[in-house]
Design a protein around this ligand. Structure first.
Ligand code: SF4
Ligand code: SF4
Length: 179
């Protein structure tokens, strides 16, 4: 008898909670028909950015992202021209290994590699989750559309000499600081 009373009591408690929440605004979304707007800085799928004006890839093949990746999800191949300047040959990101830690974008000096809010790329075909360079290119500017390493870099480029780039001071003459 006691068990029956407890069961009815628990049932009524449950119904009471349901009745209390019924008139409230629903917070469950009917995905995929409805979606939360993802925060701009959320870390989803990895992309590679190119310069907004020239279309040139921002990546300088410095390998810092590859070396900072804790899961070895990035693999880069590059070649050098006669002056020793590197250019990107291949760039692979294995999305089955990526844990969205963001260390690659933290390490990148040119903001070329970025994590975007896009998270909808699941598939049953595991090979499709290995993104090649062509798959990583996007037509938007990522988190900072205006940034181009070569305009801020403190190096001589076709766009200007040292100290003439955007917000840049003249280089410090180290010897002048010596006692
Ligand atoms: S987000 Fe983390 S795990 Fe994914 S590619 Fe970048 S460094 Fe590697
Ligand atoms: S850290 Fe940036 S510039 Fe260096 S290889 Fe990676 S994406 Fe390219």
């Amino acid at each position: 008898m006691k068990k029956l009373v407890d069961a009815i009591k628990n049932l009524l408690i449950g119904l009471g909670i349901t009745a209390k929440h019924f008139p409230r605004k629903h917070i469950t979304l009917q995905y995929p028909d409805e979606r939360w707007p993802m925060p701009e800085r959320s870390r989803g799928v990895v992309v590679l950015l190119s310069d907004k004006e020239t279309g040139e890839l921002n990546c300088t093949a410095c390998l810092l992202c590859m070396r900072s990746c804790p899961t070895a999800a990035i693999r880069i191949e590059f070649e050098k021209d006669e002056k020793g300047k590197r250019s990107l040959k291949q760039f692979h990101v294995d999305n089955t290994l990526c844990c969205y830690c963001g260390l690659c974008e933290e390490a990148c000096p040119t903001l070329a590699i970025q994590l975007t809010p896009d998270f909808e790329y699941c598939t049953g075909d595991i090979l499709k989750l290995v993104a090649e360079k062509e798959d990583l290119l996007v037509d938007h500017g990522g988190k900072n559309r205006q940034y181009n390493f070569y305009r801020y870099a403190g190096i001589t480029t076709a766009l200007g000499g040292k100290g003439t780039h955007v917000d840049e001071s003249q280089p410090v003459k180290i010897r002048s600081n010596l006692p």
